[in-house]
Design a binder for this molecule. Structure first.
Ligand SMILES: CSC[C@@H](O)[C@@H](O)C(=O)COP(=O)(O)O
Length: 320
């Protein structure tokens, strides 16, 4: 299953706002439709956003083939549709670099971004599963946060791809999906994906994670990233930091799985990253709210970062 793809001149996505109730495919024909899908989280997750950014520029290059000014404006809108995941701007700018060669070259580059994420998922699943077995022994019980499956990464996924690989190897004893307030990417999307894979799991409220770790019900925390800074700080879904603190307190490995396309050497640390604020409405209808969508996990709380090419042992002093 590809959760985002280019099909007959349009971008097709699984509408993640409708899951798990309805499996609805959206066809996006315009840059405006694509940006609306990104902002409503119909398509979400860092690697998928990179592909969406690249396909968005491919759409723009076709639509504005004779209008370079309108094309530049459209590229900039795609690139900045959400601020935190580095993949979005990266994917958009990678495709935009091919604009001088015409719309077909832009589309070919966007398809390359998609294909590289598909390959990266497969590589991370193998590397990550090997590492988890090394760190935890056979049949670990894992806790994951947000959604890092195929929905977030075209196919397979990052951290959830590792979970799937361990399941296939017969080496998984259990999964807890942290529900991920307020939009419930864990309870709605991770649970839906694990059910499709036939993997038994339980959903926990976000605040239960550190307690379950302390009570000995978890052997490792494994999750994804929207951006990994040059110093190793991990930007990921709000709630990640509390899971990292819980894991450190319980003496558990805290493993981040993300493709190289999420590693951002140009950003020195988490303090330099714009954390998206998604406003009050998602949290409460009756008072003002603060709603940061991501947080920053300091690198010293991370045990290891698994990319498609490397296992970075932060616990041994290695950096991205
Ligand atoms: C493989 S996806 C990794 C991250 O992008 C994921 O954990 C996450 O935080 C997604 O946030 P979202 O706001 O749902 O796009």
């Amino acid at each position: 299953m590809r959760t985002i793809d280019w099909v007959n001149g349009a971008v097709e996505i699984i509408d993640q706002t409708a899951l798990p109730g309805e499996e609805r495919v959206l066809r996006l024909h315009t840059v405006g439709e694509l940006i609306a899908a990104i902002q409503s989280l119909a398509v979400r997750g860092a690697p998928a956003l990179g592909v969406a950014g690249a396909f968005g520029v491919a759409l723009a290059a076709r639509i504005h083939v004779d209008d370079p000014v309108a094309l530049a404006v459209a590229v900039q809108k795609v690139e900045t549709a959400r601020p935190t995941a580095v993949n979005l701007a990266r994917g958009a700018l990678r495709a935009a670099a091919l604009i001088p060669h015409g719309p077909e070259a832009v589309l070919a580059e966007a398809c390359a971004v998609r294909d590289e994420e598909i390959a990266a998922s497969a590589a991370m699943a193998r590397l990550g599963a090997d590492l988890i077995v090394e760190l935890c022994g056979a049949r670990p019980r894992l806790l994951t946060h947000c959604n890092t499956g195929a929905l977030a990464a075209v196919t397979v996924g990052t951290a959830l791809g590792v979970v799937g690989e361990l399941h296939q190897r017969g080496r998984l004893a259990g999964v807890i999906a942290s529900e991920t307030r307020p939009l419930l990417q864990g309870a709605r999307l991770t649970s839906w994906e694990l059910t499709r894979w036939g993997i038994e799991h339980r959903v926990a409220v976000d605040s239960a994670g550190p307690f379950l770790m302390a009570r000995g019900e978890v052997d490792a925390v494994i999750l994804g990233a929207d951006r990994i800074c040059a110093n190793g700080d991990v930007i990921n879904k709000i709630g990640t930091y509390s899971h990292a603190l819980g894991a450190r307190r319980a003496g558990l490995p805290f493993v981040v799985v993300a493709p190289e396309s999420t590693v951002d050497h140009a950003t020195p640390s988490g303090a330099h990253v714009e954390i998206e604020d998604r406003g009050s409405a998602e949290v409460t209808a009756w008072s003002e709210a603060v709603n940061p969508a991501f947080d920053i996990t300091p690198f010293d709380l991370v045990t290891a970062i698994v990319t498609d090419r490397r296992v970075i042992r932060v616990d041994r002093g290695e950096k991205p």
